[in-house]
Design a protein around this ligand. Sequence first.
Ligand code: NI
Length: 390
Amino acid sequence: MPIINRLADLTDEITAWRRDIHENPEILYETVRTAGKVAELLESFGLDEIATGIGKTGVVGVIKGKNGGKGRTIGLRADMDALPIEEITGKPYASKVPGKMHACGHDGHTAMLLGAAKYLAETRNFDGTVVVIFQPAEEGGAGAKAMIDDGLMTRWPIEEVYGMHNFPGMPVGEFAIRKGPIMAATDEFRISITGRGGHAAKPHDTIDPIVVGSQMVNALQTIASRNADPLDSVVVSVTVFQAGNAFNVIPQETFLQGTVRTLSPEMRDLAQERMELIVKATAEAFGASAELKFIRGYPVTANHDDQTDFAAAIAEGIAGEGKVQRDIAPMMGGEDFSYMLEERPGAFIFAGNGDSAGLHHPAYDFNDELIPVGCSYWVKLVETALPAAA
Ligand code: NI
């Protein structure tokens, strides 16, 4: 069950959509042109329903199967937003917008789901309903959550949901997936420490917030080394340490900032709990005061077991035996498809992008050779999950 022929025929057309989106990148919720193009194409494919403005600039398309759509409903999701990066690919279709580019391949994700939608609307070789989801603001704006808050999962009775992301460094035609956590929860913290400033030559008259901050940085490392189960994962990185502006003055305040990455809700709660205690108690021990802001970002992207097995089997049908890694190590980056997987069972899969620059790199480009592979994955997933009655 390799690439579907009809999708191979459509590849030039889908590639043209991809490159047009690539040339016109839009970030976060600003995906107005992209959403407009998506809606226009879905309209031209003859979908049964198209809804725009879901989660501000998200688009939802509905395709009913041969039996009029009765039975199960599954959701397929693509992201549409670009990044605030200056492109250096030098490609003829490079970004025309200064300071913005599709450096994560969401242009390709959108084009592949459009290609699958065109094929599915044309053939309807399934029973049930497919909901194609095009979301804005994956890159830090929680666009998936905005769409859910707008009724995505209930307005259309989605029972299972699937997502796909290209993966630089893995050959085109290969896939990777895992059960359970596949991407991390991404939280941010900000710590403000207030001591008592004074003359650097008279430290005994001061409460030095730099010393307090230093103790805190060290103590925070014990969350990973002493609190976490060695077989569970947590990253605590202090990435900002700001204090002082003169060689002979002990400052009044110190500011720390950083990120926490975890792969389970339990570890996430534990990290926050420990951080609160360490910050408060360390400040207290030195007579300083400290305030912690723990800002929760995307939750853990956790694949559901049955849907992961199913997605892996579909991928293997396209890629061939031995071309689907079923136990890839989780990534410590975040992904807002996590919100959809909290709502419904489903699976998020990686598809090889070949030997390209890494994601979020200014020289990155989505690999168009992935188009027939990714489209075939979507189509086979639908035709297998929602088989047409003979
Ligand atoms: Ni991405």
